[in-house]
Ligand binder design. Structure first.
Ligand code: FES
Length: 106
């Protein structure tokens, strides 16, 4: 599915993610700045924090309790649209999803 990464108001790039990959993996594979994925998707780092901007938002699974806890520990601004990129799995259900890294979280 195609995923669009933004920085501030600017579209950085639209990339193709394979089904089953996490958004964090897609970002790292495509060199999206600021998305580190330090823990490799084990829900212990929050360096994959991103904001879901638009697209098929209703098709995303809700935040898990562990994801909520980890977001609280992030040294970055948490918004209602905040998600951990390693917890969003690519599928055709999220084709065209737009996500953003804020300046404050590089
Ligand atoms: Fe560490 Fe997502 S990659 S919490």
């Amino acid at each position: 599915a195609k995923i669009c990464f933004m920085k501030e108001d600017r579209v950085l790039c639209v990339v193709e993610g394979a089904d089953g990959q996490s958004l964090m993996e897609v970002a790292v594979a495509n060199g999206i700045p600021g998305i580190v994925g330090e823990c490799g998707g084990s829900l212990v780092c929050a360096t994959c924090h991103l904001y879901v901007e638009r697209g098929p938002v209703e098709n995303l699974s809700p935040r898990s309790a562990m994801e909520e806890d980890m977001l609280e520990l992030a040294d970055t601004q948490v918004e209602t649209t905040s998600r951990l990129g390693c917890q969003i799995v690519v599928s055709r259900m999220i084709e065209g999803l737009v996500v953003r890294r804020g300046d404050d979280i590089e």
